[in-house]
Ligand binder design. Structure first.
Ligand code: SF4
Length: 279
């Protein structure tokens, strides 16, 4: 069947060839990390997440920190049924959540896999937000938490870094749909059990782009819950230096000025760059 799983709309038959994301007609898992503790505390919880990193990507950002697995679609192959068995093979009581990382290009296969699965812990859709609304609606039936990374406002920036001139237009609609489908954030033992947490990574030299993203969130997203990230690592062609702490602080102050007080920021001076709850 021709693939229109994401806004690239390649229309390719994935059993025969590949589209922009590099994926064929099986789920490709690049790696699984048990008790993954690096995510925000409401995702990691006390036990850490069962973090499943998918190979390939429908955005393929130039500065991707997981470049090797996002730009090369290699790993272990699973049919939807096999993927379900893979998850069921874990003692899920030992984790705080199931974190599906970069899953968009496997949306249809993951829906098929998980549509009847009753998970005892929250399932997190950890994506770039470069996603179609009909896919968000479908995925809302199998996941509990959306964790979109809201990347760019400026279309020249998104074109240069992710070959996606329409990124903001698409991602802003996708995030509003996520919020519509998961209206309220609910927690159990400080773990987000249902809802939306919007990430934004501040890029070096692009403070104004971050302002625009925050403006949009403030003006349009109900009950915004955000994670402002500053752990940018200079990889790829375009960026040669890290984000300056002052740039991050300026964006953080702007978020505070807007009253976006619910969420996480990062303490960049600390060695671990861990997430700090609440602004
Ligand atoms: S999921 Fe992959 S093949 Fe399908 S439309 Fe998106 S980039 Fe193209």
């Amino acid at each position: 069947m021709a693939c229109y799983d994401c806004p690239r709309n390649c229309g390719v038959e994935r059993d025969k060839t590949i589209g922009f994301c590099g994926a064929k007609d099986k789920i490709v898992v690049a790696k699984i990390i048990e008790n993954f503790a690096w995510e925000e505390p409401c995702i990691s919880g006390d036990k850490g997440a069962l973090a499943i990193f998918f190979a390939g990507c429908n955005l393929r950002c130039d500065f991707c920190q997981n470049y090797k697995i996002s730009h090369e679609c290699t790993g272990s192959l699973y049919s939807p049924e096999e993927f379900l068995q893979l998850i069921k093979g874990y003692d899920l009581s030992k984790f705080s959540s199931i974190d599906l990382i970069t899953p968009t290009h496997f949306s249809s296969l993951l829906y098929q896999s998980l549509k009847d699965f009753k998970s005892p812990i929250p399932i997190v859709w950890n994506s770039s937000a470069y996603e179609n609304i009909d896919i968000i609606d479908k995925i809302s039936r199998i996941v509990d938490v959306f964790l979109p990374d809201f990347k760019y406002f400026d279309k020249n920036l998104s074109k240069k870094l992710s070959f996606a001139e329409n990124y903001f237009d698409v991602a802003s609609k996708a995030i509003l749909q996520m919020r519509k489908n998961k209206k309220v954030n609910t927690f159990s033992n400080n773990v987000l059990t249902s809802g939306v947490l919007i990430r934004h990574l501040v890029l070096p030299g692009n403070v104004r782009d971050s302002f625009k993203i925050l403006d949009f969130i403030k003006e349009n997203v109900d009950n915004p819950y955000i994670s402002l990230m500053g752990q940018f690592t200079p990889l790829g062609k375009y960026f040669k230096q890290r984000l300056k702490p002052i740039e991050y602080k300026i964006v953080l102050s702007y978020a505070e000025k807007l009253g976006l007080n619910d969420g996480y920021f990062q303490e960049l001076e600390s060695a671990s760059e861990t997430f700090i709850p609440k602004f």
